[in-house]
Design a protein around this ligand. Structure first.
Ligand SMILES: Nc1ncnc2c1ncn2[C@@H]1O[C@H](COP(=O)(O)OP(=O)(O)OP(=O)(O)O)[C@@H](O)[C@H]1O
Ligand SMILES: [Mg+2]
Length: 253
């Protein structure tokens, strides 16, 4: 069984950045290959990882037709074979891009096969990291497996913390199977300590454990401006240090 980490939160809080820095930690720690799943229809995780893709699960699924199933092969086996083509393999990271479901395709009959495939595929890896779109609802369509750790990313504002609380509530409402949920506060301006102090009460009320505060980091802004991948950011960058120091707790080691 793969240990799965899902990253969620409101738009723009830093989900993709967080997913990338987590993947970076696995790579630098030699815990590879790691499976990266880009579950945001607006797929951009690959850029942060210095990878490119030319196929997605959604795209491949759209093209699966019953008539194409070779004689003597079951539909399940055929779908599995086609899905395998969607996997982008590199030295340390294997990437699966879910892509944008077209029209009604999103709810088509192949969906449960897809879940089955994802479950089977991830079992080949020790760790899976899933970057998500804002919101939680789609997660139940993606996976039937239990998520080991859900990281909810928020910015250090009241509005953002409340959104994180909503994410937690939705996850509970739709009965997602999640072992542990943590809050990550991202883009913290260290010079304004009073801002985080004001949020402490709200965080306590949320029932979420704050696992890490990630500082606002110029290295990330620069990488983003220059379109550089985040694997190349140096170990002494404040955001990298912060992510690295939470990873042992994330994976329970
Ligand atoms: N700790 C940080 N310091 C500075 N900039 C950051 C930090 N974290 C993220 N950013 C920047 O914030 C922007 C949004 O980050 P990111 O794309 O990771 O958010 P997201 O939650 O995945 O967004 P979306 O909801 O659009 O998928 C990016 O330009 C990123 O470089
Ligand atoms: Mg994103």
């Amino acid at each position: 069984m793969s240990f799965s980490i899902a990253v969620s939160g409101k738009g723009g809080t830093g989900k993709t950045t967080m997913s990338s820095l987590i993947i970076r930690w696995f790579v630098k720690s030699g815990i590879t290959p790691v499976l990266a799943v880009d579950a945001d229809p607006n797929s951009n995780l690959h850029m942060n990882l210095g990878l490119s893709y030319d196929r997605t699960i959604a795209g491949i699924r759209e093209n699966i037709e019953e008539k194409d199933v070779p004689e003597g092969m079951t539909k399940v086996a055929y779908v599995g074979l086609k899905m395998e083509e969607a996997l982008i393999e590199s030295a340390d990271i294997d990437l699966l891009v879910m892509g944008r479901p077209e029209g009604q395709g999103c709810y088509c009959a192949a969906n449960h096969l897809l879940k089955e495939y994802l479950s089977k595929l991830s079992s080949r890896y020790k760790y899976t990291v899933m970057d998500n779109e804002a919101g939680m609802e789609h997660l139940s369509r993606r996976t039937t497996d239990e998520i080991d750790v859900l990281l909810i990313v928020a910015e250090p504002t009241m509005v953002s913390i409340r959104s994180a609380i909503n994410v937690k509530a939705t996850a509970e409402q739709i009965k997602l199977k999640i072992k542990k949920k943590y809050l990550v506060i991202n883009k913290l301006d260290e010079s304004r300590t009073e801002s985080i102090d004001k949020l402490t009460g709200e965080i306590e009320k949320s029932g979420l454990t704050l696992i890490q505060k990630i500082p606002a980091d110029d290295a990330l802004i620069k990488a983003s401006e220059e379109g550089k991948n985040l694997l190349s950011i140096t170990d002494d960058s404040p955001s990298v240090k912060a992510v690295n120091s939470m990873m042992k707790e994330v994976i329970g080691k």
